[in-house]
Design a protein around this ligand. Structure first.
Ligand SMILES: Cc1cc2nc3c(=O)[nH]c(=O)nc-3n(C[C@H](O)[C@H](O)[C@H](O)COP(=O)(O)OP(=O)(O)OC[C@H]3O[C@@H](n4cnc5c(N)ncnc54)[C@H](O)[C@@H]3O)c2cc1C
Length: 422
């Protein structure tokens, strides 16, 4: 069994780095060597290509994201200059085949989200919005012509995407969305309001979900580089305590005209929207795993250095109990994510699978981040050690793409055959 590598097990960071190679063996200083997070040899399940993609993104996270993440987070700024370097990774578009997209496996697509979140949750959310929500929706519901038109420049990050579904008055019940699309000659005219829209101020292509005059929900691509922008008003939401280095927007749409051909060809009802959410919630499940691993690694390294009562705190039974529960959570998340990705590759993931995965990983990662924060004592609320950032950012992950409760109700509907939504 590989002890130093796993799905997301980086085997690095501070004191932990040199000690992950050999499991549970006493060293000359009497301090047992650390086990990595690969308790179930998940690395053995990855192909050489998946490992290579993971390592590429891992290096980006370690060398480019982590060193600047705290500073951007504290200033509430998006590190836009990193977008060209992200583009060079050639991961935007993930598992989408053709149209200039990487066409990687579902597992590799998940590993990208994991590694970015392990580094920086805000940048990871940028990836989830651009690649996971906007590009995947165009791939799932777009016509050939629409995919040819929008996906290649998005894969190169020449055009950035956003996904505008949530509204000020409709979050969990977004199926009741009120934004309207009225047909006027060769155009759709959009009116309404959107809230919490990642990339909403910087995106070139904003996928706006609206209800047409027949009451049908569709996705309308507002191309901000081409369409009449007079009625598109976006402002950054400030005062956030989570995901601070990514800009989410409040958007007002006042008679925004988009060409008729910009309605995603396959978007006719909210069931189509749900197909997009089923795909993107899987990305979020991997993202949560990345946060958990990032926070765990920092806490382990800290516990092996910090001394209280004359010995390193990692040697205390109650600290080990916390670390063990954190690894237990991480391991179950790894296995769920991997199996989910295998099912996704076979076209067998339904909305309830994606919800169960998001439910499991978001609650598990939130627990892991809280324990990590505790292990660092007072330093757990300082950005310096990265744990505070993971802890805060997990609050956004817990809520976006549907709250924990909403995922629970979707799973509940699947297991009982009864919907609690109505
Ligand atoms: C950082 C961040 C980024 C986001 N990015 C995007 C984006 O890019 N695009 C986009 O469209 N949206 C985005 N969102 C919106 C996100 O999906 C919503 O915030 C989420 O769906 C919850 O909606 P809400 O905030 O309106 O909460 P509400 O729906 O008002 O929920 C409030 C509380 O009520 C509970 N609740 C609701 N209904 C029920 C019920 N039936 N039974 C029991 N409890 C219930 C919820 O679980 C929650 O605890 C983002 C949100 C955040 C915070």
């Amino acid at each position: 069994m590989s002890t130093s590598r796993s799905v997301g097990d980086t085997g690095r960071r501070g004191a932990a780095t040199d000690e992950v190679a050999t499991p549970s063996r006493n060293t000359s200083d009497g301090f047992a060597r650390s086990q990595g997070t690969d308790f179930f040899a998940t690395d053995d399940l990855l192909t050489a290509e998946e490992l290579s993609i993971r390592d590429r993104v891992r290096a980006f996270s370690d060398e480019q994201l982590i060193p600047v993440a705290n500073d951007y987070w504290e200033r509430g700024e998006f590190p836009r200059e990193l977008v060209p370097r992200y583009a060079e990774l050639a991961v935007a578009g993930g598992a989408i085949r053709n149209y200039g997209c990487p066409g990687m496996s579902s597992v590799a697509d998940g590993l990208v989200a994991l590694e970015l979140a392990r580094g920086d949750g805000s940048f990871s959310t940028f990836n989830s919005v651009h690649s996971g929500l906007a590009m995947s929706s165009i791939d799932l519901l777009g016509s050939e012509e629409q995919k040819e038109r929008w996906l290649p420049p998005m894969a190169r990050c020449e055009k950035l995407g956003a996904f505008a579904l949530t509204e000020p008055d409709h979050g969990s019940d977004v199926v009741r969305l009120e934004t309207r699309a009225r047909r006027d000659g060769d155009c759709w005219v959009l009116n309404g309001a959107k809230r919490w829209i990642g990339n909403g101020t910087i995106a070139d292509l904003v996928l706006v979900w609206a209800r047409d005059e027949d009451g049908h929900v569709g996705g309308f691509v507002v191309d901000r580089t081409e369409d009449n922008q007079a009625g598109y008003h976006a402002s950054v939401i400030t005062g956030k305590t989570s995901n601070r280095a990514l800009w989410q927007a409040d958007i007002r749409l006042e008679d925004v005209r988009v060409p008729a051909e910009n309605r995603l060809a396959g978007s006719r009802t909210f069931a189509d929207t749900n197909r997009c959410l089923t795909k993107s919630r899987q990305t979020i499940a991997w993202e949560a795993l990345g946060h958990a691993i990032g926070a765990y690694e920092c806490a382990l390294a800290y516990a092996k250095q910090r001394e209280q009562f004359g010995r390193r705190i990692a040697g205390f039974q109650l600290v080990q109990d916390k670390l063990s529960h954190m690894v237990a959570d991480i391991t179950s998340m790894q296995l769920i994510c991997l199996r989910m990705a295998q099912l996704q590759a076979e076209g067998r993931v339904g909305i309830e699978h994606a919800s169960l995965a998001k439910l499991n990983t978001a609650t598990g990662a939130r627990r892991v981040c809280a324990m990590a924060r505790d292990i660092l004592g007072g330093n757990g609320i300082l950005l310096d050690h990265h744990v505070a950032r993971h802890h805060a950012d997990m609050e956004a992950v817990y809520t976006y793409e549907g709250t924990d409760t909403v995922q629970s109700l979707i799973v509940g509907r699947a297991v009982t055959g009864m919907s609690a939504f109505i």
